[in-house]
Design a protein around this ligand. Structure first.
Ligand SMILES: [Zn+2]
Length: 543
């Protein structure tokens, strides 16, 4: 009798013209991030896409679903999109010694020692995250301690920004690095006629080339570990900056077999084989993958004084940093990409690197356009050069937490005056009216809330500085949310499918414990991710 009633009820509802949905969420504060930044309370989802979004009444009158979630007032945003990160590199870092936050070189070495005891199976020990600027004396270390502890096992430890490393003697020998050797776009540091083990920029390439390749099983383990942490942070799509063709193929097959759910927009690294293969192949898109850009490096980072500046470093007279390749190289890549549908995305930190790349971009882009060529970081820009972004529609791709990490020492490198053109996010946003945001993890923590706080309040996780760092370049909360969603999607030509919650778009969203548009700055980092959905499927739920 009861079953019959349900059947009759269902028939009645269908006859009333209700459409079935796979999932309905109601009683939520849904920031759609559409063009008017409208807020809805309910949405219906089917086949991984949003069917409709509106008020509870509108949605519940039109749709019916076996899966109805009462969000109890929770805030929903489109899934976070990280416009510049290293997803694969982050996964690898989870299986390396974590040297972030070490207060001395000795502490870093202690962590390496403990890690080596825990992982006797590893034939190489890799680590990441040291920063001599956080240590007493702020000097680069040397490898004496590492050589004593590990005479027979190669060790390579990368600096926090990835632009310098320290290797022990065993690793240097295996890689064929010799005293007095010169390397284009890199430097091998020596002291008293001996190698210190410190390798700047391109100098560590030989060491990394000596490390045995990761097996497919380990690769899957690495990516799934990275994905788990990202979903727990509400990140549903990532632009991975600089991968090889082999890695892209592995990712594609893991996604196709359903083993990897993260959406990725891949920048191919600037290698001749990548260029040859992909320029012939063209832009590639699947449900979860887009390959449509190349990542080029113009210079290094400010912390290791590898950023290429127009004038001397304030704390090292006579030194301006350097470009990693010749201007002719950047020009030749730009010429190839200009004749293709691919985006050119160039890492440029120093004002000289930014100026050089902007000039090359302008030469090929010739005024306003929709090619969305990007400058990654656009960290220090000369006052005369800001308008070049707008004039050639060049997209600055910035990472707000770099500002709050670097602010402690950036004025030592640059001096106060030059620093004003540094981390100038609002000024850059005004150039094209939009600005994608990223984190650059694992260089920074993966937390999107730290990005949001750094963008709007220009403060770090400790709430420093109380008044905010160079507040004239803070973003509004709406701008920051757009930067982490729709503008990040747009920077990868994905704004038609991702980045906002509108009918027809992919149902990627994050449910939060508090409303980022309304809470005070001090509560931003307390925000909890309650659930994350990719293509309408729950991929993370808080316990
Ligand atoms: Zn990066």
């Amino acid at each position: 009798m009861r079953n019959l009633l349900y059947v009759l009820l269902a028939a009645f509802l269908i006859s009333c013209g209700k459409n079935s949905a796979d999932l309905i969420i109601h009683k939520a504060a849904i920031y759609t991030v559409d063009s008017s930044f409208s807020v809805a309370t309910a949405m219906a989802i089917k086949d991984g896409k949003i069917l409709a979004i509106g008020t509870d009444d509108q949605i519940l009158q039109q749709f019916i679903s076996d899966s109805l979630i009462d969000a109890a007032g929770a805030t929903i945003f489109p899934g976070w999109i990280d416009a510049h990160a290293h997803f694969v590199g982050y996964g690898e870092s989870l299986f390396k010694v974590n040297l972030f936050g070490t207060k001395t070189w000795e502490e870093a070495v202690e962590r390496v020692k403990a890690f080596a005891i825990q992982h006797p199976e590893l034939t190489w020990i890799e680590g990441r995250g040291w920063d001599q600027n956080k240590w007493p004396g702020k000097q680069f270390p040397d490898n004496t301690l590492l050589n004593e502890l590990f005479p027979d096992k190669p060790v390579i430890l990368t600096r926090i920004d990835g632009h310098a490393s320290i290797a022990n003697e065993k690793a240097l020998t295996l890689s064929g690095i010799r005293i007095g050797q010169s390397i284009e776009g890199g430097a091998i540091l020596e002291k008293n006629g001996k190698l210190t083990g410190v390798l700047i920029d391109n100098a560590d390439n030989a060491v990394y080339a000596s490390i045995p390749a990761i097996t497919p099983e380990n690769f899957e383990k690495i990516l799934r570990a990275a994905q788990e942490n990202c979903f727990a942070s509400g990140i549903t799509s990532i632009t991975d900056c600089g991968l090889s063709n082999r890695v892209v193929e592995q990712i594609d097959s893991l996604q196709k077999s359903g083993k990897l759910l993260m959406r990725l927009n891949v920048m191919l690294s600037d290698q001749s084989d990548n260029l040859a293969i992909w320029l012939a192949k063209g832009v590639y898109t699947t449900d979860r993958l887009r390959v449509g850009s190349f990542k080029v490096y113009a210079d290094g980072a400010l912390g290791s004084r590898g950023a290429c500046l127009l004038h001397d470093y304030a704390d090292q007279p006579g030194w301006k940093g350097f470009l990693l390749r010749s201007p002719a190289h950047y020009d030749s890549v730009a010429a190839l990409l200009a004749a293709s549908p691919f985006q050119m995305c160039t890492h440029a930190i120093g004002d000289s690197a930014n100026r050089s790349i902007l000039a090359i971009y302008q030469k090929y882009l010739k005024g306003k356009n929709d090619r969305r060529w990007r400058i990654e970081h656009a960290q220090i820009v000369h006052p005369d050069d800001f308008n070049r972004f707008g004039n050639a529609s060049v997209v600055p791709s910035v990472q707000p937490t770099h500002a709050t990490s670097d602010m402690y020492w950036a004025s030592e490198r640059l001096g106060k005056e030059r620093l004003k053109g540094g981390y100038a996010f609002q000024q850059l946003l005004q150039q094209n009216g939009w600005l994608p945001l990223g984190t650059d993890f694992p260089v920074e923590d993966i937390s999107p809330f730290k990005t949001f706080l750094a963008a709007v309040a220009r403060k770090d996780a400790q709430g420093f500085p109380a008044q905010g760092f160079q507040m004239e370049n803070a973003l509004t909360r709406e701008q920051a949310i757009r930067g982490m969603t729709i503008w990040a999607a747009k920077a990868g030509f994905q704004e038609k499918e991702l980045g906002s919650l509108e009918p027809g778009k992919k149902a990627d969203f994050v449910m939060l414990s508090s409303n980022l548009m309304k809470i005070p700055d001090t509560a931003i980092l307390q925000t909890k991710v309650m659930a994350t959905y990719v293509g309408g499927k729950c991929v993370y739920k808080s316990k």
